[in-house]
Ligand binder design. Structure first.
Ligand SMILES: NC(=O)c1ccc[n+]([C@@H]2O[C@H](COP(=O)([O-])OP(=O)(O)OC[C@H]3O[C@@H](n4cnc5c(N)ncnc54)[C@H](O)[C@@H]3O)[C@@H](O)[C@H]2O)c1
Ligand SMILES: O=C(O)C[C@H](O)C(=O)O
Length: 374
């Protein structure tokens, strides 16, 4: 595959509405920035020597919107950086290893992508990773708060349903929390839902959009196949099977890898798609829409996300009326510009929504409690 082909793959957004898809293809022809010369953008990858980190670093090196690529890990990054740096694309690559170099790695970053931490083995849940990954994420976020408090943070490390709340609490304690700038990367769920739907509906996968809401673990992953496009006449049994396969997609890979980790290549692809959307948003490209696990206002019983502008989100948080929910978000110069509503749900999806709330709530609370030492 040529660099040009890879770039064109990268430029295809994973956004989940037809309107958004249409706008993102016009976005591509505008090269990912509104006008003038391409802005300087520094992207840092924390955990860059890992299974996700290495291919993700490669994909970010191919992204023409990146001018500086900073690769950090506890070890192994000088080799990865030297390797990736020989690719003849725009960005300058630097590798940093060990805690003492973390500050340099982060300084001036516009986007920080975090795939640092341990992956699952067969038989484990994502929550089983909490013990190790919670501490890793907490210390990395403390450094982000110190060295690049304005960066957009793309959290990949699992369990995302808890690591995102951990990051939020760390940033609050440090006085730098901006809910528009913190994202749980759930793009892989969208990528999977699209692939599985296209196979079942026998439609061109490149045309498919499927919103995925909730969180990123088992039943908290809720694909909304009733809103999938192009429309297809699938039976209830087929929808149930597609939903389950999307929810179990990560486990499918963990089992196939038989103890050698979890999804890395498809995750690197998904992470590259999501950070590309963030870059476009920062660069002022209009109508960049993605699914992501973000803080959102809750309007229903009493929790749920609706169409709100970011200022309204801030206001409602004063009433402690918020929860982290995987939603469709519109990205802009400051990160989340708008959390979009869910649209109409079928009875089956509504039941899935009710069923996911207790687990999602408890994972969020677990993350918050961890930061406060409970
Ligand atoms: N959000 C998603 O959809 C998604 C998908 C796949 C995997 N994941 C998660 O991503 C994480 C990484 O997976 P992987 O397969 O790349 O694992 P991996 O073990 O191959 O790589 C992890 C890397 O993190 C590094 N690391 C550990 N502690 C660190 C620290 N304090 N600072 C910087 N780097 C550190 C390790 O040295 C290693 O290179 C796991 O938690 C996994 O569950 C999430
Ligand atoms: O399943 C995992 O543990 C990794 C990741 O969350 C995935 O969905 O592939």
């Amino acid at each position: 595959m040529t660099v040009a082909m890879l770039r064109s793959v990268l430029r295809r957004s994973s956004c989940s509405s037809t309107a958004a898809a249409a706008s993102s293809s016009s976005v591509l022809s505008r090269r990912g920035f509104a006008s003038g010369p391409a802005p300087e953008r520094k992207v840092a990858v924390l955990g860059a020597a890992g299974g996700i980190g290495q291919p993700l670093s490669l994909l970010m090196k191919l992204n023409p919107l990146v001018s500086s690529l900073s690769l950090y890990d506890i070890a192994g990054t000088p080799g990865v950086a030297a390797d990736v740096s020989h690719i003849n694309t725009r960005s300058e690559v630097k590798g940093y290893a060990g805690e003492e170099q973390l500050g340099q790695a982060l300084e001036g970053a516009d986007i920080v992508i975090i795939p640092a931490g341990v992956p699952r083995k067969p038989g484990m849940t994502r929550d089983d990773l909490f013990k190790i990954n919670a501490g890793i994420v907490k210390s990395l976020c403390e450094a982000i708060a110190k060295y690049c408090p304005n960066a957009l943070v793309n959290m990949i490390s699992n369990p995302v349903n808890s690591t995102v709340p951990i990051a939020a609490e760390v940033f609050k304690i440090k006085g730098v929390y901006d809910e528009r700038k913190l994202f749980g990367v759930t793009t892989l769920d969208v990528v999977r839902a699209k692939t599985f739907y296209a196979g079942k509906a026998k439609v061109n996968v490149a045309d498919v959009n499927v919103p995925v809401i909730g969180g990123h673990a088992g039943v908290t992953i809720l694909p909304l196949f009733s809103q999938a496009t192009p429309r297809a006449n699938l039976s209830d049994d087929e929808i149930t099977a597609l939903t389950k396969r999307t929810q179990d997609g990560g486990t499918e890979v963990v089992e196939a890898k038989a103890g050698k980790g979890s999804a890395t290549l498809s995750m690197a692809y998904a992470g590259a798609i999501f950070s590309d959307a963030c870059l476009k948003g920062l660069n002022g490209v209009p109508d960049v829409v993605e699914c992501s696990f973000v803080q959102s206002t809750v309007t229903e019983l009493p929790f749920f996300a609706s169409k709100v502008k970011s200022l309204l989100v801030r206001h409602l948080t004063l009433y402690k009326c918020f929860i982290l929910v995987l939603s469709l978000v519109r990205l802009g110069k400051n990160g989340v510009e708008e959390v979009l509503g869910l649209g109409p749900l079928t009875d089956y999806e509504q039941q899935g929504l009710e069923a996911l709330k207790p687990e999602l709530k408890s994972s969020i609370e677990k993350g918050i409690a961890f930061v406060h030492g409970n």
